[in-house]
Design a protein around this ligand. Structure first.
Ligand SMILES: Nc1ncnc2c1ncn2[C@@H]1O[C@H](COP(=O)(O)OP(=O)(O)OP(=O)(O)O)[C@@H](O)[C@H]1O
Ligand SMILES: [Mg+2]
Length: 344
């Protein structure tokens, strides 16, 4: 079999640019060179596309910014690849090592659909839907998926915002922007004063703000691999040293870790896996994704939180760890994700 040409796309204009560089290095280091010719292409923070053929260490250390040469995905299907100053490079599959805005939200997926080039992970609609938490929740409500009760405010807090919230919930409540990421603009709220300031602050991140019942819970995550047929990796439980899984907790070493496999009762594991597969299918996800749940401490009740369509993917992230625990190495995981992209 001839080798496949794989373009690894990384960086990007999102706030998760730096995480993407680490993701990309891990992927580039672990793609089997017997099977793939690898073409790393980085998108700078201001949106320039640069192909970088140096050492993978130069990605997180940012030497790709100096050494990279212009290379762009052509939307022309006959081109079917990258246009560079030295000519055209045909691409069989784009491996998306991006995270967040313009990587995870259906926009780059749209460009690749127009270009007629296969790519890893979910398609346009599914990516866009999963990026927007409120949309995801409203959509899944139609399938009877259990989730936290929510009030949704659009553009600004209405005059009777406090009455609506206090009529539906008792404090504490949880406030978050619909398009957030990394817990920015998300708050546990204990009083009317905090509610008003938190909602206003959340509106600085997005035009849609959600107020949810506060769920006192363990957070359990399920990695899914597949298109129509799906498989689940071992579950992960987030063990934290602080009260909420906020930005600081997420990115301060030692404050949070993933317990894999999650130490939860057998029947709960089965419930989470079955629900994760159902949600993945309802949201039309493909390739791979991570479905996050709350397991309520008092009752054991399982509630859906969100689906990450391009989950954290450094060799140390939870998602690859969930498969490692099942005997699938990082390299083998990349093979499977590429095969799923080609099969779509
Ligand atoms: N209703 C809720 N009750 C209690 N805690 C919540 C609730 N919603 C969110 N949280 C807490 O806030 C964290 C971030 O929320 P969420 O996962 O929805 O947002 P995020 O900003 O997309 O985070 P990321 O994409 O980085 O996982 C959750 O992991 C959880 O700890
Ligand atoms: Mg989350």
């Amino acid at each position: 079999m001839s080798k496949l040409n794989v373009c690894v796309l990384f960086g990007g204009v999102s706030s998760e640019h730096d995480v993407s560089l680490i993701t990309a290095k891990g992927i580039i280091d672990n793609l089997d060179r017997e099977k793939y010719n690898v073409y790393p292409v980085g998108i700078t923070k201001d949106g320039r596309w640069l192909m970088y053929s140096g050492d993978s260490e130069g990605i997180p250390s940012n030497s790709w910014l100096k050494e990279g040469r212009k290379a762009i995905i052509s939307p022309d299907r006959i081109d079917g690849g990258l246009i560079t100053d030295d000519g055209l490079i045909k691409i069989d599959v784009v491996y998306l090592a991006l995270h967040g805005k313009n990587g995870e939200d259906g926009t780059i997926q749209g460009l690749l659909e127009i270009a007629g080039i296969k790519y890893t992970g979910a398609g346009v609609l599914s990516s866009a839907l999963c990026m927007d938490k409120a949309m995801t929740k409203v959509f899944l409500g139609g399938f009877g998926i259990p989730q936290a009760e929510m009030l949704l405010f659009i553009n600004k807090a209405p005059d009777d915002m406090v009455e609506q919230v206090e009529g539906k919930f008792t404090y504490p409540v949880f406030v978050k922007p619909s398009n957030g990421g990394s817990s920015c603009g998300a708050y546990k709220v204990r009083s009317r004063e905090q509610l008003i300031s938190s909602v206003n602050s959340a509106f600085e991140y997005d035009t849609k703000v959600m107020v949810e019942e506060y769920i006192n819970a363990y957070e359990v995550e399920c990695g899914i691999l597949g298109n129509e047929e799906t498989n689940a990796g071992s579950l992960s439980k987030i063990v934290i040293e602080s009260e909420t899984y906020d930005y600081e907790t997420k990115y301060t070493p030692g404050m949070a870790f993933n317990e894999i496999p999650a130490k939860i009762p057998q029947d709960k594991t089965q419930e989470v896996v079955a629900l994760a597969k159902k949600i993945y299918t309802c949201l039309d996800a493909s390739g791979y994704g991570r479905v996050d749940f709350f397991m309520e401490k008092a009752t054991g009740k399982i509630l859906f939180n969100e689906l990450n369509s391009l989950p954290g993917f450094t060799p140390f992230s939870a998602y690859p760890g969930m498969w490692e625990d099942k005997g699938v190495s990082f390299s083998q995981l990349l093979d499977k994700i590429i095969t799923l992209a080609l099969d779509k």
